[in-house]
Each structure stands twice: as C-alpha cells, then as structure tokens.
Design a protein around this ligand. Structure first.
Ligand code: PMP
Length: 352
C-alpha cells in the first residue's frame, strides 16, 4: 500500500541566501508585529503544559471575523491537514470525487491515501471553471466536489453565484471550497454557510496573514460538518495546534489594519506586475490570488524557469498536461518584482 502512494511534492525551499523566492506563494511581508509579540509572550508562559485541544480562543477569533459561531470553525495544522481530514470524513463513498483537471495537486494525493476514486472535470480552454460540467444528468452518484477558489495554480476566480450553482447540483454531498487565496481579491463563500448544509469553506493563515511557517488552517461550515471533522481529528491528534500557533493566530485576527495593508500591497504589486509581463509579451491569466499564471507564446516555460533560477530567481513550473507552457509567479515585494522583471528581461533577450 505505502509503495503505491504518490506523495505531494512541495515547491523548493532552497537553503541558499539572497534568492528571489517567488515559487511557493508565500506572503512577501512578515506577519504583524502583534503576532510576533503574542508568540513571544506565549513562549514565556506555560510551554510545559499541553495547549487547549479545542483552541477555543482562536476558533472564537475566526468565528467573529466571519460572523459565525465557534461551533462553525474547525482548526488544523495548516489547511493541508484540514483538507486531509475533510477528505477522510466526507469523500469516502463508492463513487468518484469531482474536481477540476487543473487544481491544487494535493487533492489527488489525499484521494490516493484514502482510496477515493477521482473524476476530473476539464476547465474550459481559457482555464476558467465550467460549473455545468459538474452536473450528472444520468444521476450518476458522486462522492462530492472539491474546488479551489481562486483556483491554483491559475489564480482564476469563480463568481459566488456559480459556487452556489455547484452547491445546488449536489445537495446531498459536501462541496469543499478551498479559499486559500481568497483574500487577494476573490469572492468568499462564507456568507452561504447558513443556507447550505453541504458547504465547507477552507482557509489558511499561510497566505494573506503571512504565517506559512506557523501552520494554521481552518474550515467553516454548519455544525454537523464541524462535528464530523472533530471526530476524525480526535482519532488522529488531539493537539494539532501548539500554544504558539494559537496565540499567534489570535493576534493575527486582532490586527485587521495590518492584514488590510499587506493584502492591498500584494494586490497592487500584482496589477503592476501583470502590466509589465504583458509588455514583455506574456499572456497572463486574470488573477485573484497572490500569484500570476503566465505564458510566453515564443518561449518555452521550463527554459525560462531554468534561466531565471540561474539568475537567482525562483518561480514554479509544472510539467503537467495543458499547463506546461505556463509559469506560476508569486507576488513579491516591489523590489522582488523588479528583480524578477530585470532577470526576465535578460533571459528573454538571451533567448530571442
Ligand atoms: N490549498 C491551496 C490551494 C494551496 O495552494 C495551499 C498551499 N500549498 C494549501 C491549500 C495549503 O496551505 P497550508 O497548508 O499552508 O495552509
């Protein structure tokens, strides 16, 4: 069994200094100073004790942020862990889980781990999601639906109205909407939770809250879904969030001004980067995320990625059908974006 698993391969985390690292969609800005202070205070106090297994303080902070109650919030060690528990809890049926053919590649890895059959649904030619293609007119059973919105690695967003159509197509099955990147301009499905018992919305503090290193993710949904997730979690690890993560997470939600400031800075850099890339001849998909997905009609994407790497700039290239001519470029600080553009200038000049 173990030998048949195909594990997820995360983006490179090189141990080399001075790289311009635009390959794993981290936030280029550090977390709020209040987060650092809260973690330092928590480190001084009580690390000899186990953390609160329910992480109630953080669940309350998240619930307040989204106009929900704490019983609508489930926490995990990064949203990857939340997703893993959700796949285990909701998608193990004798019929396939529907997901886009191009999406976050970890979804298929969880399916492999839990033996969940997958049916991929092709994105349209422009890599937008076609909701109608998720209908099963023949009444064929499905285990559920998982999408990322905005999608990864494309950055393309799905309007809320269409998420709602998806929820209506399979009312008896969980529709998991992974909103890892939603704070960079997407439309969140959180307001639909009260109305749709089959909706599970997954978020992370890794991107818009600059806390990829702390490992905090969460899911929101009606109480019956959260109870199911807790059963799985408490059959696996009672304490997925340590004391530092709980304290830092709470402080992150207390500093809304910092959150607004940094996410707006990322979005504004994105708009500038898109224009500059288009000037260089790239086609850039419309992005609602902290990265862009771009291709150059004249130059091979793998070649550009390798040449950029040689100049100390990391971007992500996926050698996968339909997207192997694209590069995924995370949005950096203005200085990092400039360094990328300068390196690209010289790479393209060398390839011309
Ligand atoms: N969902 C998507 C779409 C992602 O791109 C990522 C980041 N790789 C995650 C979930 C997981 O993020 P984390 O585990 O850091 O919360």
């Amino acid at each position: 069994m173990v030998n048949r698993l195909v594990p997820y391969v995360p983006g490179e985390q090189p141990k080399i200094d001075n790289l311009v690292k635009l390959n794993t969609n981290e936030n280029p800005y550090p977390p709020s100073p209040r987060v650092i202070a809260a973690i330092q205070a928590a480190a001084q106090q009580g690390l000899q004790l186990y953390p609160d297994p329910e992480a109630t303080a953080l669940r309350q902070a998240i619930a307040a942020q989204h106009g929900l109650a704490a019983q609508h919030v489930f926490l995990g060690n990064g949203s990857d862990e939340v997703l893993a528990h959700a796949f285990f809890a909701f998608f193990q049926h004798d019929c396939p889980l529907l997901m886009p053919d191009i999406s976050y590649s970890f979804y298929k890895v969880y399916c492999g781990l839990y033996g969940i059959p997958v049916e991929t649904v092709p994105l349209r030619a422009d890599l937008s999601l076609d909701v109608a293609a998720y209908a099963r007119a023949d009444g064929a059973a499905v285990a559920g639906v998982v999408i990322a919105n905005p999608n990864a690695p494309t950055g393309v967003g799905l309007p809320l109205r269409q998420v709602e159509q998806l929820l209506r197509l399979h009312p008896q099955r969980v529709v998991l909407v992974d909103e890892a990147y939603v704070d960079f301009g997407g439309e969140s499905a959180m307001p639909l939770i009260a109305q749709y018992p089959n909706l599970l919305v997954v978020h992370t503090l890794s991107k818009s809250r600059s806390l990829a290193g702390l490992r905090v993710g969460f899911a929101c949904g009606q109480a019956h879904l959260i109870t199911a997730l807790e059963r799985v979690k408490n059959s696996f690890n009672s304490y997925p969030l340590d004391r530092l993560a709980i304290a830092g997470g709470v402080a992150a939600f207390e500093d809304q001004a910092y959150f607004e400031q940094t996410r707006r800075a990322v979005m504004s850099s994105r708009e500038g980067l898109v224009l500059a890339l288009e000037d260089m001849g790239f086609q850039v998909l419309p992005s609602q995320a902290n990265f862009v997905f771009a291709r150059h009609p004249q130059h091979d994407a793998a070649g550009i990625a390798a040449a950029l790497r040689a100049r100390g700039v990391l971007v992500r290239h996926f050698k996968l059908p339909r997207i192997e001519q694209f590069l995924r470029i995370s949005i950096g600080t203005p200085a990092q974006c400039d360094a990328l553009l300068q390196a690209l200038d010289s790479v393209l000049a060398g390839l011309a």
